[in-house]
Design a protein around this ligand. Structure first.
Ligand SMILES: Nc1nc2c(c(=O)[nH]1)N[C@H]1C(S)=C(S)[C@@H](COP(=O)(O)O)O[C@H]1N2
Ligand SMILES: [Mo]
Length: 507
């Protein structure tokens, strides 16, 4: 108990101090971030596949379980003398300090947080140990020189002390978390107010989606937009803290602040984003009306030099992305530096104050959130984050389709059964969607209106279904005439392929 309480005090003290010097100074968060950074690719893939977007919570809870077990063991090791425990607390403190020190997201002041953890951990451990040891005859050698107090008194003192520690740790931890989550960034985002769009996106016709027949809405609400990133704590920059630097193989280095960007003519553009980690039939695809400026124009102002191949962008959290420069510079690509999403400033989770969005490329090679730096360079010179984990350097989005209704293992009434879903090949567009019931013939589905080639396409069709177990399968054909392959390929290295099949029964 002494070990666990000392651990709780250390974590809470560090978290409270981190409220003043930045969330990534919190030793708990920093150790978690390092664990993410150091874990091999297959561990990350496993975490994403097993826990989905709850992978971060799973990591934090897993860490808590491991730490509590170690703390309890250390407590047991320290029954006779506080020294083993003290050594462990100091080692933990140094581990936290190392994680904070090596983080790219922390300044020198950040070391105050693991420092506070170390001091709080050692003091609480030694103090509780003394109070606790005072109460039992078995540990007389560590008792006060004036002899052990009567057992009842010692136990009461220990419980009072432990209760005080629980209360103190709880209050400082919660205070730290409250201060952290209500920082200046929230006020800064609120202060952005309405973005004045010079060129709005065309209105979305109602026949682009069939929500009554089971498809997703054409525009994904911000709260439902899929989220994928490596950041344990969502970076919370205020607009005043944000700058974008464009440098490297350019004629003139440029730096933009938030007002520079928002005062340019803003463009609204509806774009479907897809994650390369999306398995066949998976959820990591969404569509939003992004607001921003032409990325191509920013780069042209800087003037890219001949021989430049890669736009190597860096997030404030240290995450890096490599995008083919020629793609970003294509006149009709429509790549954005986005600052808004569905009529509001970007949500923090989606990159506030600014992110990249490039139609047609998977997110990990194009969609840098919290982007602060763009270096124009060669493919040879720079390796982006996911490249070192086995993912491909170039990754255009593959032609794919998904069934949303019926859901897997649904039971439906026999007779007319509507099957619906979505197909996509951003920046090329979808030509045809075919669906088949069991091993029957392919039937062409009714397609929703095409909005632009950069957005997904909803579809539906209806089958006569007899009682029993069935499956439906979908395949899409894009505008190049390519029909998606039935070959099941995993997401690594450049996106999954295969037909989505859903099993259901009718009665
Ligand atoms: N800073 C940062 N940007 C990032 C990522 C990340 O981990 N960190 N993940 C990328 C990936 S893999 C995808 S698919 C998209 C997801 O963007 P979203 O979370 O807004 O949907 O962001 C990209 N940008
Ligand atoms: Mo992704």
């Amino acid at each position: 108990m002494v070990g666990v309480l000392a651990l709780a005090s250390a974590v809470a003290a560090g978290h409270l101090v981190a409220a003043f010097v930045g969330v990534n100074a919190s030793p708990y968060v920093a150790v978690g971030n390092s664990a993410v950074a150091l874990s091999p690719g297959w561990v990350k893939d496993f975490a994403i596949e097993t826990f989905g977007s709850k992978d971060k919570i799973a990591l934090l809870i897993g860490m808590a379980i491991v730490l509590v077990i170690i703390a309890a063991l250390v407590g047991i090791l320290s029954r006779r003398s506080p020294e083993p425990g003290t050594v462990f607390v100091v080692l933990f403190g140094l581990l936290g300090a190392a994680a904070v020190f090596t983080s790219s997201q922390t300044g020198p002041l950040a070391l105050l947080a693991p420092g506070a953890s170390l001091v709080a951990g050692v003091l609480v451990f030694r103090w509780l140990h003394r109070v606790g040891a005072g109460g039992t005859g078995a540990q007389q050698e560590t008792a006060q020189p004036d002899g052990p107090p009567p057992p009842g008194k010692g136990r009461r003192q220990f419980l009072i002390g432990a209760g005080g520690v629980v209360a103190g740790a709880g209050i400082s931890g919660i205070a730290g978390q409250t201060l952290l989550s209500s920082g200046g960034a929230t006020a800064s985002r609120a202060a952005v107010g309405k973005l004045h769009v010079a060129s709005t996106a065309a209105p979305v016709p109602s026949d682009t989606a069939f929500t009554k027949l089971g498809t997703k809405p054409f525009i994904t609400p911000n709260s439902d937009f899929y989220r994928v990133d490596t950041a344990l704590a969502v970076p919370k920059l205020s607009t005043a803290d944000w700058q974008l630097r464009i440098h490297g193989m350019v004629e003139h280095e440029l730096t933009f602040d938030f007002d520079d960007i928002r005062n340019m003519p803003l463009i609204e553009r509806t774009i479907t984003m897809v994650c390369v980690s999306n398995p066949v039939g998976g959820p990591y695809i969404s569509t939003s009306k992004f607001i921003g400026v032409e990325l191509r124009e920013l780069l042209n102002r800087a003037g890219t030099q001949p021989g430049a191949e890669q736009l190597f962008s860096t997030s404030t959290d240290g995450f890096t992305v490599g995008t083919p420069l020629s793609t970003v510079l294509e006149a009709d690509r429509g790549a954005l530096l986005a600052i808004g999403m569905n009529n509001e400033p970007l949500p923090f989770e989606h990159g506030f104050p600014a992110r990249m969005v490039v139609p047609g490329l998977y997110g990990y090679v194009s969609a840098t959130k919290w982007v602060v730096d763009m270096e124009i360079t060669t493919w040879q010179a720079r390796d982006p984050y996911w490249l070192n984990h086995g993912w491909a350097k170039k990754a255009p989005i593959k032609t794919e389709s998904r069934i949303d209704q019926p859901a897997g293992f649904d039971t439906v009434a026999a007779g007319k059964v509507t099957v619906s879903g979505v197909a996509w090949h951003p920046h090329l567009g979808i030509d045809k969607v075919e669906v088949r019931l069991d091993n029957g013939p392919w039937r062409q589905a009714h397609l929703g209106a095409e909005y632009t080639i950069d957005t997904w396409r909803m579809w539906h069709t209806t089958f006569d279904v007899a009682t029993g177990s069935h499956k439906v399968t979908v395949r899409a054909t894009d505008k190049t005439g390519y029909t998606q392959t039935s070959d099941r390929v995993d997401t690594v290295p450049d996106g999954a392929t295969g037909w989505h099949t859903v099993s259901f029964s009718a009665n």
